[in-house]
Design a protein around this ligand. Structure first.
Ligand SMILES: [Zn+2]
Length: 122
């Protein structure tokens, strides 16, 4: 079983990795934009493909940013001494859940309720 200090170290590494990936995405994005500006009469298909690529990249970037925010939150909880406690009910989060998802901020019960509420709202 991993202890909390190990999970914390893992989260810090994960955060560094995420920053690298986000940076790579940004670097890859620039040539795409320059090319678009440079060829105002590009074919429609090319444009559609670029738009698709851009959308994919934005979705990927959003996913990375969301995970990054969760990890940042978990690290802050660790500093505050509340890591491993549910944000909603304050009860300890299941150990197995933390090992699978070290940045989890809700226990399984609260997470399930949140998911249900979100579905009900839509
Ligand atoms: Zn809870």
């Amino acid at each position: 079983m991993a202890d909390i200090a190990e999970l914390y170290e893992g989260l810090k590494k994960e955060k560094t990795e995420l920053l690298k990936k986000l940076q790579q995405l940004k670097n890859r994005g620039q040539p795409l934009l320059e090319r678009r500006e440079g060829s105002p009469f590009g074919k429609r298909e090319e444009e559609a493909e670029e738009a698709f690529e851009l959308e994919k990249r934005l979705a990927l970037e959003k996913g990375l940013r969301d995970t990054f925010a969760e990890i940042e939150h978990a690290l802050q909880k660790y500093e505050a001494g509340t890591y491993g406690l549910c944000d909603s009910c304050g009860q300890p989060i299941e150990q197995a859940r933390l090992e699978a998802l070290p940045q989890a901020s809700l226990c399984l019960k609260c997470k399930a309720r949140q998911t249900k509420d979100a579905k009900g709202a839509r």
